[in-house]
Design a protein around this ligand. Structure first.
Ligand SMILES: Nc1ncnc2c1ncn2[C@@H]1O[C@H](COP(=O)(O)OP(=O)(O)OP(=O)(O)O)[C@@H](O)[C@H]1O
Ligand SMILES: [Mg+2]
Length: 478
């Protein structure tokens, strides 16, 4: 429903605007759009929405910050999302496999990068977003974000000497053993099948070795040595540098300690965890993000869930700490407002499921919203496996077709009018269509999703834009 107000230009109109807008100037549409409370009266005239109507509600594509995400289904009028609003709360892109989540995410990220009001950090588990790629179904080339935003996007490869699709990343990420905390291990409980004794052992390790616990534990052996006791009898006892010897000395159950030692071997063997990283790559990443650059972390060949969970959570914890510090310093000094940051996670249910939700840094971010200038963009095909408390916090939700009732239910959690929305979701085309919903959009609307192709880039950079020109020349073979 739109409130029209008094005649524009009249003194009443100015007064009405002032009353509606309050102190902070807001776009007209956010003042006038109101939820529908009644059905229209009998014989009310009905007409199709025009492009102007859509622009009035969703924003004018010509205005900065309004980003075309798709087109109305029947008439193809462009539908915008407000990027400023989009980054203020965590958001989600959902849909069954093959419905176009990754493509739509590329479009959104390109919009955010072009708009340049937030830094973006992508945990790129399948090496999709940085360098150019080939679409698995059509065999067509898919432009990577690095190609278009070369100076503003840093591609970080996990592990020394990592190559991503035969490309060299801007720098490599190694993780210092001293950065690993007990909590980082505890959240791998499911993945490493850790026992309930783990927290006790970890606690004792940290007590014994402080920040060096990981290295010390890794270096312990499992050997025994023979010693002769007073009566001249030979006995086998734990080697002084063994796990058992440490456990005995510290009142820790030997079986529990050795069990954990066995299970952590999968981490001990990771080549990207080193005693001393060749460069402060973590610091470099944070620095890039603070200074308005975007970082795409490519996992390269480290594509297991263990790598993904461990690395993304550790980094997110560190980054969130940095942003919390920056925010607190900004609050007390009023100087250097932190840069808004959007963290993008694919297969989010692996990090935000019910079991992990209490422990991961991601859940903290989803819960506290934008308090520290950090929000999430989560991408998932199984939203029902994401903790519902996280789901209901999501502002903007963009969902493609979903086949599963539970998934549909999850995408709609916390929203009003779920029955009608459920119908809209169920009737989407399996490809190329998405439903926009949530707090970030003025009303739910199914749209044909924008195509990610050469035309997209031409429109984004504007005809005659410098980059665009270079691109056209290249395509023409000059
Ligand atoms: N906006 C788009 N522009 C161009 N092509 C698209 C778009 N959306 C989807 N496609 C086509 O659909 C295919 C599947 O899309 P995509 O890889 O994004 O699916 P997905 O939802 O990420 O799947 P998965 O869950 O398996 O990762 C693409 O390879 C592409 O050919
Ligand atoms: Mg995908």
């Amino acid at each position: 429903m739109l409130e029209l107000g008094p005649e524009p230009g009249s003194p009443e109109y100015a007064a009405w605007m002032k009353e509606k807008a309050g102190e902070t100037p807001r776009p007209l549409r956010s003042i006038r759009c109101q939820p529908v409370k009644t059905v229209p009266p009998h014989h009310a005239p009905v007409r199709m929405a025009s492009g102007g109507d859509i622009a009035e509600i969703f924003g004018d594509p010509a205005e900065k910050g309004n980003f075309v995400i798709g087109y109305t289904r029947e008439q193809g009028h462009p539908v915008c999302i407000d990027l400023e609003k989009f980054v203020q709360r965590s958001a989600g892109v959902f849909g069954a496999t093959g419905t176009g989540k990754s493509f739509l995410t590329r479009i959104l990220l390109a919009g955010l990068m072009h708009h340049n009001r937030a830094s973006v950090l992508v945990f790129d588990m399948h090496n999709e977003y940085g360098f150019n790629d080939t679409a698995s179904d059509t065999g067509l080339r898919v432009i990577g974000l690095k190609t278009k935003f070369s100076s503003r996007v840093r591609i970080v490869g996990l592990g020394a000497g990592a190559a991503i699709r035969n490309n060299t990343p801007d720098f490599n990420l190694e993780i210092a053993m001293s950065d690993i905390t007990a909590a980082d291990i505890e959240l791998l409980t499911g993945e490493l099948n850790l026992r309930e004794t783990t927290p006790t052992v970890l606690h004792a390790l940290v007590k014994s070795f402080g920040g060096h616990w990981f290295r010390q534990f890794k270096e312990m052996n499992r050997e025994e040595v023979e010693i002769e006791d007073e009566k001249g009898k030979i006995r086998r006892v734990p080697h002084p540098e063994s796990v058992a010897a440490w456990a005995n000395d510290n009142g820790v159950n030997v079986v529990a300690a050795e069990g954990l030692h066995d299970k952590l071997r999968r981490l001990f063997d990771k080549p990207y965890i080193v005693e001393k990283p060749a460069a402060d790559s973590l610091g470099q990443m944070i620095d890039s993000l603070e200074n308005g650059k975007h970082v795409i972390l490519s996992f390269g060949n480290f594509e297991t869930d263990l790598d993904y969970l461990f690395v993304s959570n550790l980094l997110t914890r560190k980054i969130r700490d940095a942003w919390e510090r920056n925010t607190n310093s900004f609050r007390s000094t009023g100087k250097d407002e932190p840069r808004q940051l959007v963290i993008v996670v694919e297969e989010a249910h692996k990090l935000l499921n019910r079991e992990m939700a209490g422990q991961t840094a991601f859940a903290t971010i989803a819960r506290e919203m934008r308090k520290y200038y950090v929000t999430l963009l989560i991408i998932d095909q199984r939203p029902s496996q994401i903790y519902d408390e996280v789901m209901s916090q999501l502002g903007t939700r963009i969902s493609g077709w979903l086949g599963d009732e539970d998934d549909i239910h999850a995408v709609l959690s916390g929203l009003a009018g779920r029955e009608a929305l459920r119908g809209m979701l169920a009737r989407l085309q399996p490809k190329e269509e998405v439903l926009l919903l949530g707090w970030g959009v003025p009303m739910p609307l199914p749209v044909k999703s924008r195509r990610y192709d050469d035309n997209f880039w031409r429109e984004l950079f504007g005809a005659g834009g410098k980059k665009d020109e270079a691109q056209i020349m290249k395509e023409l073979g000059y």
